[in-house]
Design a protein around this ligand. Sequence first.
Ligand SMILES: *Cc1c(COP(=O)(O)O)cnc(C)c1O
Length: 433
Amino acid sequence: MTLNKTILKSVSLFKKAKEYFPGGVNSPVRAFKAVEGSPLFIRKGKGSFIWDEDNNKYIDFCCSYGPLILGHSNTKVYSSIKKATRNGTSFGAPTSLENELGNLILSNNPFIEKIRFVNSGTEAVMSGIRLARGYTGKNKIIKFEGCYHGHVDSLLVKSGSGLATLGESSSAGVTNGIVEDTIVLPLNNTEALRKCIEENKNDLACIIIEPIPANNGLLLQDKKFLFELRKLSSENNILLFFDEVISGFRVKFNGAAELYNIKPDIIAYGKIIGGGLPVGAYGAKKEIMSFISPEGPVYQAGTLSGNPAAMSAGIAQLKECLRPGFYEDQEIRTKFFVEKINSFAKSKSYNFELITIGSIFWISFNKEKTIKRADEVNSDMNMFKSLFWALIDEGVYIGPSGYEVGFISQSHTKKILNKAVKKFCRALDKIYN
Ligand SMILES: *Cc1c(COP(=O)(O)O)cnc(C)c1O
């Protein structure tokens, strides 16, 4: 790639960072491996814009991979954090802010009765799995190929081709003993699910799914499959676990559960819930949550869990999300953006499409059909790489991998989106010509 802009400061910071951190980063996707070249070091963000260390300005559709539904450095979130942290950042003792965020969520959420705050999505999922096993007294879990649930040991499993395969770890350092109770199934396949439940029904603690799988492209599931998933879990006394770390507070306040009107047994949240600070949470009905320590036998704790800084950020952000029309407006602007780009690509017969739900979109080079399973993603990642750098040149920032989705925030106004559409279309012309 030949860039028309200078990113020399980022390049030199990355060189230094490689001396300090494995791969120069503290989370792998940031290293730009999939698109090659040096990651951009970000100096600041405001609204829908970010600036890198060389002072290049971008319209940002990464939004920190989802948490920033109000955009960068939102005034309300920022003042809330400032006000709370004046009195200290953590006490290791309860604070009223935990009650406030707990009440804000629970009084608006018909799917869970109690919640526990943790510090990340990974932690929320990990604790929820432990709860499912502790509550049911059973060991096995089902997960779906292409769903990401954080770097939880027992969920770092890949599947071979075909139907149900027994877990084989996809990370060094995760022993086969840890993943032997994890069964991996293909998404959107009721038959495979039914067969697997039939064979394992007395051993299954839970079935975990991203109801809107958004970590391997955007693999929108048939509602029929999700309803069947609910039905089969109930009939066989298996807990249904929705990982709503991305979809929660994103597609609706209560995520995919509200969108599809399906009541899971356990839900994990993350990302948006913390207003840009590290927060995760898991919730369920009272009876299930009573198994969590100190009420019950399932141990789970956290020195910084529910700290005032994080709680105050979450409170400010979720209050905005609760304003009437918030999600409708998000969706209207997203549709506007997506449809303009899609009709341009169609008019030029480019093999390209943006797939969307709520305020999430995914860049798909699989124009022929809607993709619902991980093994159907045959996107041309070379095309993605070219598009990525063409967009950088135009001043548009997206996640540096073709498997990542993009996010639209409240601060992406129609005017800004219109500008972004033009940039996107120019970038498409560049890579297709
Ligand atoms: C991001 C994500 C996680 C992990 O959350 P972290 O805060 O990165 O640990 C888990 N599940 C899903 C669906 C996610 O998108």
